[in-house]
Design a protein around this ligand. Structure first.
Ligand SMILES: Cc1cc2nc3c(=O)[nH]c(=O)nc-3n(C[C@H](O)[C@H](O)[C@H](O)COP(=O)(O)OP(=O)(O)OC[C@H]3O[C@@H](n4cnc5c(N)ncnc54)[C@H](O)[C@@H]3O)c2cc1C
Length: 428
């Protein structure tokens, strides 16, 4: 058995690029697609049902600094950099003191949470050839490394990005590069080394997360301005029954399901989203002990701490706080059982402070905090969703040749991934 991969994250048949395309949804996926269509002189229109573009992406201005609602930035890719340069957007590179990434073990910040013995065991295991193809991230971690490495490194890292536990997440759906190596080689170490030798490094690559002076809102505002003439707000679109016009839906799966009345509706309806909360807190630096400069820390579920990780915003980027003596931290939570979304802001603050105090010693309270609640925040990249991509693609190609589906549930969860796909779409 070999893992399958899609040619494009924009699912469906090839649309006629000489005819106008209706983009449904002005979130970041719809805006980036609009940008690339405009650059390629392909006629299009963006329809956004709310009174603003950006979707879940955006930045709040607080008294003491800024707070991101969702993404705190994105990783480098050529399509994203070219788009920002063309829009005249100045990219904010990460500070040099943000390179350290921590994992929490025994409630302490560690650069390496495994002992030398645990690490040696994990590395040795990955060298031995294996014939099986793991389905989940946990199965991959435990078979190719070991349980410790899966609990303390792999699972926390993927919880931070995909919000899913190791046994919830699809291995080929979240680690396509490694899955491609396993399609060709039984030994991960051998395949990985061969890939390293063949890999050409882009000399322009900027390492680390990138953002903008006023946060991701700068990107949204800039795209909004560029696409002003082509965007219609307060325009809810449903292409149901329309067989003539062309559409790319950039609405989430739970909204796009309404565009269909057959098994495609059932498939889209079955896509689960994790419920999450992001809380940004501003502290006086002197009030936090045990703090270390860095990008942030990820927390293993084994630590019995509720928050999944903490981003050290004001260490990563400049302009995140409005005064030198302040620190801005963002805590990401997943509401596993529905209890967190029910909490009031005050009791959520208490919950987060209690967790933060397990890692850092904080004197007193935060000066300010900002909460963004997302009951349907991030699509869960389960083995089922991985299978769904091929099914959705086939149904669209067979029955809905005038509709494509795109968004963070169609195989690229990040802004970087979606930007690369939007760029590829106009070139195809
Ligand atoms: C807490 C959190 C942290 C994250 N951190 C990162 C990160 O660090 N880096 C990163 O790259 N990504 C991150 N992400 C993911 C990223 O923010 C999302 O993937 C991205 O913003 C989703 O964009 P979208 O356009 O696909 O969807 P949305 O933002 O949901 O936009 C969809 C739009 O479609 C509109 N719409 C829906 N139905 C219709 C209709 N019928 N007609 C017209 N309009 C319609 C909606 O109103 C909405 O504006 C994070 C996400 C969360 C929740």
């Amino acid at each position: 058995m070999k893992y399958k991969f899609l040619n494009s994250s924009i699912l469906g048949a090839d649309l006629n690029k000489k005819k106008s395309i209706n983009i449904i949804g002005g979130g970041i996926s719809g805006l980036m697609l609009g940008y690339h269509l405009k650059k390629a002189n392909i006629p299009f229109k963006i329809f956004e049902k709310s009174d603003k573009v950006g979707g879940i992406l955006g930045t709040k201005k607080c008294k003491n600094g800024i707070a991101e609602q969702t993404a705190n930035g994105t990783l480098w890719c050529p399509a994203f950099i070219n788009m920002c340069n063309d829009l005249g957007l100045e990219i904010l590179k990460p500070n040099s003191e943000s390179t350290a990434r921590f994992l929490v073990r025994d409630r302490q910040l560690r650069k390496m949470p495994l002992s030398i013995l645990e690490l040696a065991n994990a590395v040795t295991k990955c060298m031995f050839p294996k014939n099986n193809k793991p389905e989940t991230l946990r199965a991959f971690g435990e078979q190719f490394f070991n349980k410790r490495m899966t609990d303390y490194l792999l699972e926390p890292a993927f919880l931070g990005i995909y919000n899913g536990l190791g046994d919830e997440l699809s291995f080929p759906g979240t680690m396509s590069m490694l899955a491609k190596i396993l399609n060709e080689h039984n030994s991960l170490a051998f395949g990985g080394i061969k890939n390293l030798f063949n890999h050409k490094k882009d000399p322009n690559k900027i390492t680390g997360t990138l953002c903008f002076k006023n946060g991701t809102q700068d990107l949204v505002n800039s795209l909004q301005e560029y696409l002003y003439k082509e965007t219609e707000l307060n325009a809810e679109i449903n292409p149901f029954g329309n067989k003539t016009d062309q559409f790319v839906s950039c609405a989430p799966a739970y909204a796009a399901k309404d565009f269909f009345d057959d098994d495609l509706r059932v498939v889209l309806d079955s896509i689960n989203y994790s419920s999450n909360i992001s809380m940004t807190l501003f502290f006086e630096k002197t009030k936090i002990q045990n703090f270390k400069e860095g990008f942030g820390c990820l927390i293993s579920r084994k630590e019995n701490i509720g928050i999944l990780g903490v981003l050290f915003n004001s260490c990563i980027f400049q302009h995140r706080v409005f005064s030198e003596g302040l620190l801005s931290l963002t805590c990401i939570m997943r509401d596993f059982d529905g209890s967190l979304q029910e909490k009031t802001d005050e009791s959520l603050l208490e919950f987060v402070m209690n967790d933060l105090n397990k890692i850092f010693k904080i004197e007193g309270q935060a000066k300010e905090f900002s909460i963004s609640r997302w009951p349907k925040g991030i699509p869960l990249y389960t083995p089922q969703l991985y299978q769904n991509w091929f099914e959705i693609n086939a149904i669209l190609k067979n029955r809905y040749k005038n509709i494509n589906l795109f968004g963070n549930y169609t195989s690229q969860i990040s802004i970087r991934g979606m930007c690369t796909e939007a760029d590829k779409f106009v070139g195809s």
